[in-house]
Ligand binder design. Sequence first.
Ligand SMILES: [Zn+2]
Length: 122
Amino acid sequence: MSNYNWCHGPNCHTNHTQSRVRGSGDNKVLRTIKIKEGGSYRTHERYHMFNYFCGNNCLFDFIRLHLTSIVAIAPRREALETPIKVEKEKYESYRYEWNSNDEHRRVPYMATRTTIKSVDND
Ligand SMILES: [Zn+2]
């Protein structure tokens, strides 16, 4: 048994694509896309939203239409913070210098690399 969803995009049924055409003769319509749940890449958690939307356009149309309601589900009233450690380390790098004969040479210099590290805060 397979489960299907209709695309939740509010304008899905207005897109002029052959895949949406249903009916015959003078009774043709553009119909909302039917999505097979868990099909192909939609099983991957990262793409679960595409069990409900046929593509990015429909997903963003939905978000635009319902933005206020969506944000109200989990409002962010204050900033969150992640403890980190910022490490700076010097390392030798090179830059190139060209002379008037269009010849170049490698010139060493000390560069600084900044790395953001996670911190355990138990
Ligand atoms: Zn759609």
